[in-house]
Design a protein around this ligand. Structure first.
Ligand code: MLT
Ligand code: ZN
Length: 474
């Protein structure tokens, strides 16, 4: 279609959209649109002819029906805190779900709450808390990430080893399909054996099958006490052994088990204010352990004997158990500041990989050897969720070279080698950040033909015209 015709169609579309949703639901104001068309790290810049801001599922449905009528593609967006270039429009109609932020229902005895897609994660956590329950999803971007985005990216974070990823926290879903129809699958059932579990299709679909508008989420008992320790050790293999002991000693109450390399800690100390090293040591690794327990009695003893036994078995070199909330906050702040400190240090090749927990130590050892050999002038910052087998294995561009050119050029062979290694270990090239545009091409050749065929068949069945976040994921 010639440009002027396309432009006239867009003008017509916006007029119809404004008539359907009212002026509050539509914006073409460049200033308002600006933060929605770039990512928070400043890596990608997109554009959109219009920002749609529906306030209800019916309004989402009207907007999507109009997009279908005009043959326009859609990019859905939540908090726009994603990592893989999945939620920025490149010419698509942008639908932000942020105004859909109502609590629909909280059913305490059913341990469930139903929230709209635009509710922010911290608000969801607080709502659970005021109802004497826990909503366990917890991650760095929790102050901006929305329920809809967390579902669409199947978010992970720091409590996955005990509670699972977003996929595991869902009972029901409401979604608007590419043709604009509303599917109300907001069931609060733990048992529902009536065929395909269709909600699972929308979880981690990155907006490619429709728009998630609401969800029924699982709630958990609030732990009475958390014991948090900072541990110094020599090797990743010791960390994995310590994890197994922690699970056994606590009856499965390990809710956090995160690894930080000494270099990552040094960067945090250098770049982040108000941090001190809890246990200065030349040893190579630190682990943060969190146990969440239903009773305060015996909790401290449990952590103490776990660490005492580990020290006796020469698994760990040193450990500090937090005596108060400020110390707990310090341990977590160190861990959660690693990505920020890394960014201050310089641009890096990012690898969000996972392996079976039993092979994480092998991955870290072989991965480090590979980086030292292929890119001796680069720094390695490998940290994260050992308890889930998920490591953020980041390699900085060498000092003194054009970092962007390195990341797009020579660095790609380092990334390929790291991903080859993770595949050899039966791992994944994207453990928690998803695919988006960033890893789409690699996914297509890393996954088997049969797996790609099944994914494409699902996509074609639900979105035959490829109008839902096209060019992401698939
Ligand atoms: C984290 O675990 O801190 C994040 O997923 C990693 C990141 O922000 O790069
Ligand atoms: Zn992570």
């Amino acid at each position: 279609m010639p440009d002027d015709q396309r432009q006239a169609r867009i003008v017509d579309f916006i007029a119809k959209l404004t008539a359907a949703l009212g002026p509050k639901g539509v914006s073409t104001d460049a200033h308002e649109i600006e933060p929605h068309v770039k990512d928070w790290r400043g890596r990608w810049q997109g554009s959109t002819p219009v920002l749609v801001k529906p306030a209800s599922t019916e309004e989402v449905s009207k907007a999507v029906k109009l997009c279908a009528e005009f043959g326009l593609a859609v990019t859905p967006q939540g908090g726009n805190s994603g990592m893989v270039n999945g939620s920025i429009p490149y010419g698509e109609v942008l639908i932000s779900l942020k105004r859909m932020n109502r609590v629909r229902n909280i059913d305490v005895l059913n341990d469930a709450m139903t929230l709209e897609a635009g509710v922010i994660l911290t608000q969801a956590q607080e709502l659970a808390d005021t109802n004497d329950r826990l909503f366990p999803l917890s991650l760095g971007a929790e102050g901006v990430a929305t329920i809809g985005g967390l579902i669409s990216t199947n978010a992970g974070g720091v409590a996955v080893l005990r509670y699972g990823m977003m996929r595991d926290l869902m009972l029901g879903i409401e979604a608007v399909l590419p043709d604009g129809r509303i599917w109300n699958g907001l069931r609060g059932l733990r048992k529902d054996n009536t065929g395909y579990d269709l909600k699972q299709l929308f979880i981690g679909a990155e907006g490619t099958l429709g728009l998630v508008t609401a969800a029924t989420l699982k709630l958990f008992p609030k732990p009475a006490v958390k014991e948090t320790a900072w541990v110094v050790l020599d090797t990743p293999a010791q960390a994995v052994e310590l994890l197994a002991r922690a699970k056994a000693a606590s009856g499965g109450a390990v809710t956090g088990f995160e690894i930080v390399p000494r270099f990552g800690l040094e960067l945090v100390l250098k770049h982040v204010p108000d941090i001190r090293d809890p246990l200065p040591s030349p040893a190579a690794w630190r682990v943060l352990i969190e146990l969440s327990l239903p009773r305060p009695e015996g909790a401290r003893d449990m952590m103490e004997s776990l660490l005492g036994d580990a020290a006796e078995a020469e698994l760990i070199l040193d450990a500090a158990i937090a005596d108060n909330e400020a110390q707990k906050a310090l341990f977590w702040k160190i861990r959660e500041s690693v990505p920020v400190a890394e960014r201050a240090h310089g641009k890096a090749l990012k690898h969000d990989v996972s392996a079976p927990v039993s092979r994480v130590a092998e991955f870290l050892e072989r991965g480090e050897a590979l980086v030292r050999k292929m890119a001796p002038q680069c720094d390695l910052i490998a940290f994260g969720h050992v308890g889930d087998g998920n490591i953020h294995f980041n390699v900085t561009a060498p000092k003194g070279v054009d970092a962007d050119a390195y990341l797009e050029g020579e660095g790609l062979s380092v990334s390929k080698a790291i991903h080859d290694l993770i595949m050899e270990l039966n791992g994944s090239i994207s453990a928690e950040h998803g695919i988006g545009k960033l890893k789409r091409a690699e996914l297509a050749w890393r996954k088997s033909q049969v797996e790609m065929d099944m994914m494409r068949a699902v996509k074609k069945a639900l979105d035959p015209d490829n109008r839902m976040n096209p060019g992401r994921l698939l």
